[in-house]
Design a protein around this ligand. Structure first.
Ligand code: NAP
Length: 525
């Protein structure tokens, strides 16, 4: 009999992306308002560590604040000491011995269940993202829709990898290749897709049969606490997912260096990713493997606007890519590279488009842009704006709004040189540099002149330029005549080149392989 726990891949409906809610429907609006009220009523709640299924309260807490109003404490999350982090790794190592034996289909069934639970609680999770990381309603729902997609997609992928794998037949031998898990992993996600990336990284690792310690971003530890709880409800046994929030600079090195850690799945900045990569390469006494590092890092993403582009469409694509979620997406457009022939028209139209962007508390759906994530980000972005005003011509924005939350105007700086600081360094905020290119050759060269290689987009009506960009635009995710953000699971497998990371292609068919190793078994017959 086929049960949910042993169903093969062909018994599961094909993967389909969740639709992101537009909140144009009155029932959806009412549900979201109710969820915002419910989440607000829980402000200040405490969340423990989870080690081997045991909930552990610590005296030291991470205060997760609402960036729109930092007086709101969204939650107080226990912060793991070094000893507790090591204890969690030991618990994961013990749980691995049994979890690795659980058939793939049973592991996948837990992840399908988790997707279902998340769907049922979608509005609450959306509301939490509004408060914890300053997302607008639509951005928050996009994040949770993507999280559901990751769970649904990776559970199906696990079933696919559990099927017999093709090997060339040889007379006299029965040969097979099977995928087995790696061991204990450290999952270290960022705050910017606090739902999708954290859940995607965690679920991919555990559905493949690994056990993990999850160290969430200190800016989004509450949603991670919710998810670890939800996984327990979905049937994930104690010890498979251990929850150890804590400052990356305090416990990060220790987790990465622990000899029982077999792999590190990291998404975040280039600086932290490189540090993890270097540390993971040092072999510690008692370590029996080369640690595997999956590191998805920053971007400095360009949209090229060619002389033959539909300028109105390009303005729209650039505005949405640069200022959606305050520019805090690794795929955000932070450089518009515009052919001199349409440059003035583009800058004029962009200025008008950006002047219509509303900024304010994202719990009010009238606001398109909310706050940046924390005070440190605000100060750093303000520093880049000051630098940019010296490096180019301020076209719009440039200022902080209000004194309470971390709000910044959408900022456009034109006439920026291709090698200027704001054209080269990842700002991770609502700041766009506009660069004039002499022609398409020049635009292509400028687009490839950073150390990153994550996303890129070209607006053109010329097939030849499209063909050239296919070959020459060196990014992991290339788009034509559309925005550079909004990659969909399964549709646009996501990951970058060069200093943007290991090109793991999250949401693609290769991703799960990063959490497994293959064993070939040959028998004389
Ligand atoms: P981050 O500062 O690098 O932090 C990422 C994670 O690393 C957090 O959990 C952080 O914990 C932890 N961490 C910090 N220092 C550590 C250390 N020494 N050892 C181990 N872990 C450490 O990045 P972020 O500000 O959260 O995220 C924004 C960055 O992520 C941007 O650069 C963005 O481009 C990138 N990103 C890339 C992708 C992609 O797919 N390529 C996707 C999303 C985001 P704490 O919070 O406690 O410091």
């Amino acid at each position: 009999m086929t049960t949910i726990a042993n169903r093969p891949l062909d018994a599961v409906a094909p993967f389909k992306n969740e639709q992101v809610k537009s909140f144009s429907d009155s029932a959806e609006i009412a549900a979201m308002k109710a969820a915002l009220a419910a989440v607000k009523a829980d402000f200040g709640k405490e969340y423990p560590l989870v080690i081997g299924g045991r909930k552990v309260e610590t005296t030291k807490k991470i205060r997760s604040l609402n960036p729109a109003n930092p007086e709101d404490v969204v939650g107080l999350v226990s912060s793991a000491s070094k000893d507790q982090a090591n204890e969690a790794i030991e618990a994961a190592a013990r749980a691995f011995e049994s979890w690795k034996q659980v058939p793939m289909a049973e592991r996948a069934a837990c992840i399908f269940k988790a997707a279902q639970l998340l769907r049922e609680r979608r509005f609450e999770y959306d509301a939490l993202l509004v408060y914890e990381v300053g997302k607008s309603w639509v951005e928050a729902d996009g994040d949770i829709a993507e999280a559901i997609d990751f769970l649904e997609f990776y559970a199906r992928e696990a079933l696919r990898y559990a099927q017999p794998q093709p090997v060339v037949p040889l007379e006299g031998e029965a040969n097979e290749l099977i995928y087995i898990p790696l061991g204990v992993g450290a999952v270290i996600p960022p705050w910017n897709f606090a739902g999708a990336i954290m859940m995607g990284m965690t679920s991919a690792a555990i559905v493949s049969g690994n056990t993990v310690v999850v160290k969430p971003s200190s800016d989004s530890a509450v949603i991670a606490a919710w998810f670890v709880d939800l996984l327990g409800e979905a049937g994930i046994p104690p010890g498979v997912v251990n929850f150890i929030p804590g400052s990356g600079s305090e416990i990060g090195d220790l987790i990465v260096a622990n000899p029982k850690i077999r792999f590190i799945s990291f998404t975040g900045s280039k600086e932290v990713g490189l540090r993890i990569n270097a540390l993971a390469a040092e072999t510690k006494p008692g370590q029996k493997w080369i640690k595997r590092v999956v590191a998805e890092m920053g971007g400095k993403d360009s949209i090229i606007v060619a002389a033959d582009a539909d300028v109105n469409a390009a303005v729209e694509g650039v505005a949405v890519s640069a200022f959606g979620y305050q520019g805090q997406k690794c795929s955000a457009c932070s450089r518009a590279i515009v052919d001199a022939k349409v440059y003035d028209e583009f800058v004029d139209k962009l200025k008008r488009r950006v002047s219509g962007i509303t900024v304010g508390d994202p719990s009010d759906p009238a606001n398109y842009m909310g706050p940046v994530v924390n005070e440190g980000a605000l100060k750093s972005i303000e520093g880049y704006i000051a630098k940019g005003m010296a490096e180019g011509r301020l076209v719009s924005g440039g200022k902080r709004l209000g004194e309470q939350g971390y709000f910044l105007e959408p900022t456009v700086i034109a006439d920026v040189a291709p090698d200027a600081t704001i054209a080269q360094q990842e700002i991770f905020g609502p700041v766009l540099a506009v660069i004039k290119a002499r022609d398409f050759d020049d635009a292509m060269a400028i687009a490839n002149n950073t150390e990153f290689g994550l996303t890129g987009s070209l607006y053109t009506s010329d097939e030849e330029k499209i063909a050239r960009a296919r070959d020459e635009f060196f990014v992991g995710n290339l788009y034509f005549n559309r925005k550079s953000t909004g990659a969909m699971v399964g549709v646009h497998p996501f990951g970058g080149f060069n200093m943007s990371g290991t090109d793991s292609k999250a949401g693609g068919r290769d991703y799960l392989l990063l959490f497994m190793q293959a064993k070939t078994i040959s028998r004389k017959v």
